[in-house]
Structures are given as C-alpha cells and as structure tokens.
Ligand binder design. Structure first.
Ligand SMILES: O=C(O)CCC(=O)C(=O)O
Ligand SMILES: [Fe+2]
Length: 359
C-alpha cells in the first residue's frame, strides 16, 4: 500500500522541506489531527484540570505536569545549535512522579477500584489476539503488569538522561503534543530522517536495551503462533508478518491532552521498508484511541483502544498504513502498574523498528 505524500526518507533543505507535502510521521495539533477532527479528550496539550487535581494529592509535584523536572543526572552532550525547534537547554522530562525524598502514596477511591475490577472482568472476555487486517495483529494485555513496570522504569531512567525525553518541534514553529525519546538512532521530526545524533543538542540517543528486544521477540513469536493456527490456504505467518530484530525505538509520552496525527512510518532504510519489516508498538499507562487506515483521513479510519499492556504489530501488507492517536483517556491506566511505577497520568508508547535489513 502506498499512501499519498512526499518521500520522507531523504533529508531535505529547509526550503525544499517547506514545499514537500508531509506524509511520513507528521503530527502535532497545528498540522494534522486536531485540525481535522477533535478526539475524545481535551485538544489542549496542557492538562490543567489533571494538574490541579494532582497537586492537591501530591505535594512536591512540579507546577505543571508538562513542566520539565530537574534531574542532576541529565545534561546535553553539547549545547544546542538553534536548529529545528525543541526544548533547547530545557531540563529533562520525568515520566514518573515523586522525588528522591519519599514515595508518593496514592489513595484510590471506590470508584477507581471498581473500575479496575470491571476492566479485569471485561478483559477476560476479550480475545487475547486480534487479527485486524493482513499484516496487523493486536496482542491484548500481552505485557504482564510486572513487565510493564520494568519497561516504564527503564524508560524513566533513560528519559531523564542524555538524549532523553524532549518536546519535538518543527523549524517553522509548532510543537508536537507529546514528549519523545529515541533509542538506537535519533529520528528527527523536522527532516524526517534517522541519524546518530540529535541535531538540536548533539546528544547521542541511548542504546537499545536488551531487556526490550526480548519482549519484542516474544510478541512476534506470539503473533506467528496465532497466525499458524489458521491452517492450510492461509498465508505463511512469516510472509504475512516478516521476522524482525529491532535496533531502533521511538518512545513517546502523551499527557492526557496528547495526540498524534495520522501518518505513515516510512523513514526507515529502504531495505527494511522493502521487506516490510513490522513495527511493534507497546502501550503502557492510560488508554489511547488509536486510528488506522489506508488513507490519511480521520473519517475513514478504523478505531481501536490501545490499553496498558497491549502490543500492536503492523508489517507486511500493513507496513505503510496511516495511523495516529486521537486521544488519551484520563484515569484509564491500571492502578497496579501506575502505583508501582509511579507513572504520571498519561500514556507511554514504544514503537520498535528495524532500521536496516541485512540478510
Ligand atoms: O502512540 C502510538 O500508539 C503510535 C506512535 C507512532 O505511531 C509513532 O511513534 O510513529
Ligand atoms: Fe507511527
């Protein structure tokens, strides 16, 4: 499937970039989804209502949930050059709450506890694997709560260090309504290309942790096992969903006002795209309303909920689908995960890819 739009794989000059229609992983409130259609949640990237609610319960939280948290560990590899918009010189963003002085004790109301019980009941009736379309498989609740906590903590550690979370923006102005960190290689939203360092501060992205690769391999195996059960006549599982070994990952953190416009992931190396190596996506924390389809059209897109622990895989015939996040559902994260990990209100998403195919 080929969608409309320019070739996002080539690094463009700023003038040619301006002329080029953006199709690959372009997002942000100003340019895409929010101008097309509102999601279920607030369209503002700030989260003032959640913020005031949290400040009542947790003293010591930063003034705004979107304001960066100071960490002694973090520093940029070099000073910013003033290139493509981002949080130049800003402190890192901590996806977890609390501080070194003590832990955050959250008391849950009956409403929250009952919601959690209801959800557990619902989950037991949901098919654990859903074949959404050729090349697209959803593994419901695949990551166990303790694994989710481990992944969140790992991302938190990496996220407050060099090359950690920042709020990306475009040279011409406008910010994405999420925080981003890359692992393995840097993906630059402005040039829509991968590189070894982040242009705006010269930082090298953290290495891809082996612990994460293991979960990705397990998820691909689980989807192959599922596809194998279809028996004779069905496409060979490894053809429908080619095997991949992730070497890059884009980690996004959405506060409850976060969104991501419809886009294609097509900035990986041609060898990887030609083989249609899948993208493997982990969802943690609050639930996202996720859109996908053949066109960059919100009204034609299919909608699913991605909940904490879900793994979505799209490769093969679905490798170049348009996809995006229209909203984050506040207070939908499982308490047993967010309590243990101290995750902020919001959603953590990791999309693993293999940059290059090497036979
Ligand atoms: O947050 C998500 O579920 C999708 C993220 C995504 O599409 C991306 O990072 O390219
Ligand atoms: Fe994407």
């Amino acid at each position: 499937m080929e969608g409309g739009g320019g070739d996002g794989r080539k690094l463009a000059t700023s003038s040619s970039r301006r002329q080029k229609p953006r199709a690959s992983r372009e997002f942000g409130p100003e340019r895409s989804l929010e101008s097309q259609k509102e999601g279920p949640c607030s369209s503002s990237p700030s989260v003032s209502s959640t913020e005031s609610m949290l400040q009542m319960v947790i003293p010591g939280l930063p003034k705004s949930l979107d304001s960066p948290v100071q960490s002694p560990k973090s520093k940029s590899a070099s000073s910013g050059s003033g290139a493509a918009g981002s949080d130049l010189g800003a402190a890192p963003f901590d996806i977890c709450m609390g501080n070194s002085k003590g832990t955050v004790i959250l008391k849950h109301g009956l409403l929250e506890i009952n919601r959690e019980k209801r959800r557990a009941k619902e989950l037991s009736n949901i098919a654990p694997v859903q074949h959404l379309r050729p090349g697209m498989v959803l593994l419901k609740n695949f990551l166990k709560p303790d694994d989710q906590v481990e992944i969140i903590k790992l991302c938190r550690e990496l996220g407050v260090g060099t090359g950690g979370f920042y709020q990306p923006g475009y040279r011409e102005g406008g910010k994405l309504s999420l925080r981003m960190m890359c692992l393995g290689k840097n993906w630059d939203p402005d040039s829509r290309s991968y590189g070894d360092i982040r242009p705006f501060d010269g930082a090298q992205p953290p290495q891809m942790p082996q612990e994460l690769t293991k979960f990705v391999e397990e998820a691909i195996k689980a989807s192959h096992d599922f596809l194998k059960q279809r028996g004779k006549g069905a496409t060979e599982p490894s053809v429908e969903l080619p095997q991949m070994s992730p070497d890059i990952c884009i980690v996004n953190f959405y506060t409850t006002g976060g969104k991501l416009g419809l886009h294609q992931d097509k900035d990986e190396d041609e060898s990887s795209l030609e083989k249609r190596l899948p993208v493997v996506s982990f969802s943690l924390g609050d639930t996202a309303e996720f859109l996908y389809g053949d066109d960059r059209d919100v009204d034609k897109a299919s909608k699913i909920k991605l909940e904490s622990g879900d793994v979505l895989i799209f490769g093969g015939q679905s490798r170049l689908i348009f996809h995006g996040v229209s909203g984050i559902m506040p207070k939908s994260a499982p308490l047993m995960v967010t309590d243990k990990a101290n995750l902020r209100p919001g959603r953590l998403n990791l999309t693993f890819r293999q940059h290059k195919y090497e036979p």
